[in-house]
Ligand binder design. Structure first.
Ligand code: GLN
Length: 310
């Protein structure tokens, strides 16, 4: 079934919100970042943004949450936009099949992270951003504001500080990268940028809008500004499809069939190329660090609408 009208999407989202609302709660909020451990676990929102400019929501779609690893897509886009594929000598494009913060894989692979959507890879991306942009923290914020069409998007500094203060594993990854010559800047400067990007706070509505350019061959539909070439945009979607959910990437592709990205704040965003973007937020996570109801909702969305890439 191909949905065309706004009311069609509205009805589908209401149906999905109703169905997942009746499920017994499973999973837990991320508690290794103290500020995230305090989030009410039973919040929910879903939003579809169509290329034509339609917005459909169910739940608390204006409530902001920490997008965490979803920011890795925006940071990677900022590097790809400047360097095309040159980065891939420092970071691979293979699925990791391991936890997002795995140290052991980085050791086996001599300090070259598998892909830019796991922590080690994103830390290298932050290192690149520090060289490519004069004020990367500010540039990233403005970039995400532009993509989301929302000037009020900001860093949640409480989350950034909380993560920075407790980032022992990410510090270990960064020092390990440095010992292999794969981190050029000061570890603390890289981690400060990395922790801020993870602490970007967006509503489900803003998040869906922020990734809409990836449903549109790299062009922001509302302003028609090109962010990535068609080829670069294709590659970024491919990385999301194969690596966006860490050691659950295969299952997400199998259940949902869309390129997407998750974060331990409970958000997931995905695109149906040439049609729409969809964001879901529910803070309870499974053992892979992915939102339980987020995955369930997206699986239902593609099954109900037939809108998957396969
Ligand atoms: N900021 C988190 C971390 O570095 C991001 C992890 C995630 O969202 N999967 O651990």
């Amino acid at each position: 079934m191909r949905l065309q009208k706004r009311s069609d999407y509205d009805a589908v989202l209401k149906e999905i919100a109703g169905r997942v609302g009746r499920l017994a709660p499973t999973g837990a909020v991320a508690d290794y970042i103290p500020a995230l451990a305090r989030v009410n676990p039973d919040q929910y929102a879903v939003c579809v943004q169509t290329l034509e400019g339609g917005t459909c929501t169910a739940g608390a779609a204006d409530t902001r949450f920490s997008i965490q690893s979803i920011s890795k897509v925006f940071a990677t886009a900022m590097v790809i936009a400047k360097k095309d594929i040159l980065l891939w000598s420092r970071v691979g494009v293979e699925p990791s099949g391991n936890a997002f913060n795995s140290l052991v894989q980085l050791e086996y692979e001599h300090g070259i992270p598998r892909n830019p959507l796991i922590n080690a890879g994103a830390i290298v991306v932050s290192d690149e951003l520090l060289e490519l942009y004069e004020d990367p923290k500010k540039t990233l914020l403005h970039f995400v504001r532009e993509l989301a069409g929302d000037e009020s998007v900001d860093y949640d500094t409480e989350v950034a500080d909380s993560e920075y203060a407790t980032a022992s594993t990410n510090r270990a990854l960064a020092y390990y990268l440095k010992s292999h010559g794969n981190l050029r800047n000061d570890v603390e400067a890289v981690l400060d940028l990395y922790c801020h990007q993870c602490a970007l706070a967006l509503s489900t509505k803003a998040l869906a809008r922020a990734l809409l350019f990836q449903a549109n061959d790299g062009i922001i539909p509302s302003s028609r500004r090109r962010i990535l070439t068609e080829d670069q945009s294709k590659r970024l979607n491919s990385i999301m499809l194969t690596c966006g959910f860490y050691d659950q990437a295969g299952e997400f592709a199998y259940q949902v069939g869309l390129p997407g990205k998750s974060g331990v704040g409970g958000g997931i965003v995905a695109v149906v190329p040439d049609v729409l973007s969809i964001a879901v937020w529910s803070p309870r996570l499974n053992e892979h660090g992915n939102s339980v109801l987020g995955i369930e909702s997206l699986q239902q969305f593609t099954s109900l609408t037939g809108l998957a890439i396969f």
